[in-house]
Design a protein around this ligand. Structure first.
Ligand SMILES: Nc1ncnc2c1ncn2[C@@H]1O[C@H](COP(=O)(O)OP(=O)(O)OP(=O)(O)O)[C@@H](O)[C@H]1O
Length: 233
C-alpha cells in the first residue's frame, strides 16, 4: 500500500496537500486541471521533490528520506528519456546496469523483454530510427525489466495517436497484471482514466484526494474538472 500521510508540498506560490492511500496492485488515474499539481504529486512520491511536511510510505516503510533511485518505483514520462546515441537494447540494458557491461544472462533478459513488447528484430536501432510507438515500447521494456512494484506514469502516451495509445495502454495493463504492479498514471483523457479503473485520484483546489471510483467521478465531476475535460455544464 502507498500511503501519503499529511503531505504538504510547495512550489513557489503553489501548494498541494495529500492525505491518501493507494492499495497495492491497483491501477489509478491521476486527473486534475492544468497546473493543479499532478506532476508535483508524482515528483513527491518519486522523491524528486521533498515535501515541506508529511511522510511517504510504501508497505509501511518510510520512503520520505530515501533517494529516488533507491525507492521501489519506476517512472515513465511523456518524453521517453531514451538516449539517442544508444540502440534499443542498450537503452533497455541501462535498466539493469548503467555501465552496460551485461553478462550473457542479462543480455538474454534484455532480448526477452524486447520481444515481449513486440520489438523483435529492432534491438539494434537507435531511437531516431524507430517510430514514436516503437520508442514508447523501448521505454516500457526498460520499466518492465526493472520490475519495481510501483509505476508512476506522467502522460506517457500523450504524443501518440489514438490507436497506438490504446495499444500501449493494453500493453501496460498486461504488464501490470503479470507483475502485480501498482500504477498511478497522470492523464488528461477521461477515456484513459476509464480504461484504468478502478480508481482515480482527483487533484482540485490544492488537494490530492483519496482515489474514488473513476466512473462515478466522471459522471459527476467538480466544476473545474468539468470545464477542463470539456464535459460542458
Ligand atoms: N519549478 C517550479 N517553480 C515554481 N512553481 C512551479 C514549478 N513547477 C510547477 N510550478 C507550479 O506548481 C503548480 C503545479 O504544477 P504541476 O506541474 O504539478 O501541475 P500539473 O497538474 O502537472 O499541470 P499540467 O497538467 O499543466 O502538466 C503550477 O501552478 C505551477 O505553476
Amino acid at each position: 500500500m502507498l500511503e501519503l500521510r499529511n503531505i504538504q508540498v510547495t512550489r513557489g506560490d503553489f501548494s498541494l496537500q495529500a492525505n491518501l492511500t493507494v492499495e497495492a496492485g491497483t491501477r489509478n488515474a491521476v486527473i486534475g486541471a492544468s497546473g493543479s499539481g499532478k506532476s508535483t504529486l508524482l515528483s513527491v512520491i518519486a522523491g524528486f521533490l521533498a515535501p515541506k511536511a508529511g511522510r511517504v510510505l510504501w508497505n509501511g516503510v518510510d520512503l520520505t528520506d530515501i533517494a529516488p533511485g533507491k525507492r521501489p518505483i519506476s517512472i515513465l514520462f511523456q518524453d521517453q528519456n531514451l538516449f539517442p546515441h544508444l540502440t534499443a537494447s542498450q537503452n533497455v540494458g541501462l535498466g539493469l546496469r548503467p555501465d552496460l557491461r551485461l553478462d550473457d544472462l542479462q543480455q538474454e533478459r534484455v532480448a526477452k523483454v524486447l520481444s515481449q513488447v513486440g520489438l523483435d528484430g529492432l534491438s539494434d536501432r537507435r531511437p531516431a530510427n524507430l517510430s514514436g510507438g516503437q520508442q514508447s515500447r523501448v521505454a516500457l521494456a526498460r520499466v518492465l525489466l526493472r520490475a519495481r512494484p510501483l509505476l508512476l506514469l506522467d502522460e506517457p502516451f500523450a504524443a501518440l495517436g489514438p490507436a497506438l495509445k490504446s495499444e500501449m495502454l493494453a500493453l501496460l495493463h498486461q504488464i501490470a497484471d503479470d507483475m502485480g504492479t501498482t500504477v498511478l498514471m497522470v492523464t488528461h483523457d477521461p477515456d484513459d482514466a476509464r480504461a484504468l479503473t478502478p480508481g482515480t485520484i482527483l487533484i482540485d483546489k490544492g488537494v490530492a484526494h483519496q482515489p474514488v471510483a473513476t466512473e462515478l467521478l466522471l459522471q459527476n465531476p467538480p466544476a473545474g474538472l468539468k470545464a477542463y475535460l470539456g464535459l460542458g455544464e
